[in-house]
Design a protein around this ligand. Structure first.
Ligand SMILES: Cc1cc2nc3c(=O)[nH]c(=O)nc-3n(C[C@H](O)[C@H](O)[C@H](O)COP(=O)(O)O)c2cc1C
Length: 294
C-alpha cells in the first residue's frame, strides 16, 4: 500500500503516523496559568533535540474534533515554564487518567491521585511519584498550523533535573538504564515498557570506520544464513581480521573434519556456527569461524 498523506483525513493520518512513529517517550507536563491553576497532562509527541543547550520539545495539538487548544498550551503561553516528569510503568494508569478533558480549573494531580512537590526554580509543581523530573523554561512556542490536528511545538530548555537515587549506579552516579522502566506510547491505545527483556546492546561504531558491508567477502555478503544484523556486526570491524592460529574452537574443528569433502556443506555449517556466535555478540569468534572457509 502507498499512502499520500494529502489524500487521507486527519484521523487516518493520525492512525498511520502514530502506529509507525513509535514508541514515543511520554512527557508528563505540569504547567500553571497566571491565576495559579495547575494542570497535569501527558504528551507523547515529545523528544530530546539538543544537549548543549539542553532542549526538549513536546507538542500539544489542536483537537481534531473541534479545533480547540489544550490547557497545557494555554498555560505555557501565559506562564512559560513546565516540569516534565518522566513516566514509568508503575504510574501509567494514573497518567492516562490525567488525559481526561477536565475543566481548566480542575487540578489533575488531585483527580489522578498524584502528589505535588514544589519545584525549585519555577512555579509549576513536580510529580512526587515520578522518578525523574525536569524543571524547564519554555523558550519558544511554534504553531504548526491552524486546523484540527496541528501541533504546537513547545520548545523547552531543561534547567534542572531531579533524579531518584534508586536509578543511579552507586559508584559512578550515572543512570542504570535497566532501572528506569519507562513507558512509551505507540498507535491507538498501545503502550510498551522498557525492561531487561527488551533491552539489548549494539556496539557503537567508534571514531574508526567500520569496513562496511560492501567490503565483506562475497560468500559472507551473499550468505543465505547470515542476516542483515549479522552482516552489520561483521562490517563494524575497523579492518579485515586475520586468521588467528591460536583460535581454538571444538565445534569449528568438527565442522572442518566432517565437511571438508563437501565445501558447500562446510560453508553452510560454518555460517550457522558464526550466526550463533554473532547472536551471542561474539564478533571476533564469528570472524575466525568464517575465515576458516576462505
Ligand atoms: C500517553 C498519552 C499521550 C498523549 N500525547 C499527546 C500529544 O502528544 N499531543 C496531544 O495534543 N495530546 C496528547 N494526548 C492527549 C492529551 O493528554 C489530552 O488531550 C489532555 O486532555 C490534554 O490536557 P489539557 O487540555 O489539560 O492540556 C496524550 C494522551 C495520553 C494518554
Amino acid at each position: 500500500m502507498i499512502l499520500d498523506l494529502k489524500d487521507i483525513n486527519t484521523v487516518d493520518r493520525q492512525h498511520y503516523l502514530q502506529h509507525v512513529i513509535a514508541p514515543r517517550p511520554i512527557c508528563f507536563a505540569s504547567t500553571i496559568d497566571k491565576a495559579g491553576n495547575v494542570n497535569l497532562s501527558p504528551f507523547s509527541f515529545f523528544n530530546l533535540f539538543s544537549t548543549n543547550p539542553p532542549i526538549v520539545i513536546f507538542s500539544p495539538s489542536r483537537r481534531v474534533r473541534n479545533n480547540t487548544t489544550k490547557h497545557t498550551l494555554q498555560n505555557v503561553e501565559e506562564v512559560p515554564e513546565v516540569v516534565i516528569n518522566m513516566v514509568t510503568y508503575d504510574m501509567i494508569q494514573q497518567v492516562s487518567l490525567t488525559s481526561c478533558e477536565y475543566p481548566k480549573e480542575v487540578n489533575e494531580f488531585i483527580k489522578a491521585g498524584f502528589t505535588e512537590d514544589p519545584a525549585t526554580l519555577i512555579k509549576p509543581p513536580m510529580v512526587k511519584e515520578s522518578k525523574v523530573k525536569m524543571e524547564c523554561r519554555v523558550i519558544e512556542i511554534k504553531s504548526l498550523g491552524t486546523e484540527g490536528g496541528a501541533g504546537n511545538l513547545v520548545i523547552c530548555e531543561v534547567l534542572r533535573m531531579h533524579i531518584d537515587d534508586s536509578l543511579l549506579e552507586a559508584q559512578s552516579k550515572k543512570i542504570d538504564q535497566r532501572k528506569i522502566h519507562q513507558v512509551a506510547r505507540l498507535g491507538a491505545d498501545w503502550y510498551c515498557v522498557v525492561n531487561e527483556n527488551n533491552l539489548f546492546h549494539v556496539q557503537k561504531p567508534n571514531t574508526e570506520l567500520g569496513i562496511g558491508v560492501d567490503a565483506l567477502p562475497e560468500s559472507i555478503r551473499n550468505s543465505k544464513i547470515l542476516t542483515g544484523n549479522n552482516l552489520g556486526q561483521l562490517a563494524n570491524v575497523n579492518e579485515m581480521p586475520f586468521i588467528e592460529p591460536s583460535f581454538d574452537d571444538s565445534h569449528l574443528k568438527q565442522i572442518i573434519q566432517y565437511f571438508s569433502i563437501d565445501p558447500d556443506e562446510m560453508e553452510k555449517e560454518l555460517h550457522i556456527h558464526a550466526k550463533k556466535l554473532l547472536d551471542e555478540g561474539k564478533v571476533r569468534e564469528a570472524w575466525q569461524v568464517l575465515l576458516a572457509s576462505n
